[in-house]
Design a protein around this ligand. Sequence first.
Ligand code: PGA
Length: 234
Amino acid sequence: MLIAGNWKMYKGQAETAEFCIELKRSLADVEAVDVAVCPPFPSLAVGVQILAGTDIAVAAQNVHWEEEGAFTGEVSAPMLRELGVYGAIVGHSERRQLFGETDEGVGRRTRAALDAGLSVIACVGETEEERERRETEDVLRRQLSVLEAEDNLVIAYEPVWAIGTGKTATPEIAEEAHEFIKGLLDVPVLYGGSVKPENAEELLSLPAVDGALVGGASLDVESFASICLSASRS
Ligand code: PGA
């Protein structure tokens, strides 16, 4: 079971430090769950420093496929490794929708990160229109076609209509999509999209759900720790 907090563009160094000190304290006795926080790039180092020696990992929110070069605004896998970062999210729907990332790019980013020794949480998921047009399986098949099953790869199923909207996939929808993904790629599958303390237990108890990628509710240390506790119980 893995619970990862995707902070998006929230929390500079000072807030990150405060959060990590408190999270460390809250999760000191929590077992049987892997936990990761994914701060923005400038806050990674302080996260790594404070969480060193704990089981809580620090991951980035993206990673480029080249090791270095003329790629303004990008960060490479070896740079993240040097910082002590354990992994990266790749292909989040906000990257795809707002910054034009493609399936091919997601495949290249994932490959490079895994080759450099990072773990990857690769995000997939359909939009509301795609679901209404009954294209969910086609979309997932296309998004997954650039990935191969590997030890350090985890998929996050994040239906776009459930991200930041307060709408959560029903247990049936989540279970069906997770089963479908696992049929194509034999790797753990996290659920993402409005996961919060109130619905975590139900979602995490589903047989095909191996954890959660949490956005909004991961910004508050109490609610994130409470989701991690639910995971340790399921
Ligand atoms: P949310 O975001 O939990 O705020 O819906 C999830 C995500 O974007 O990973």
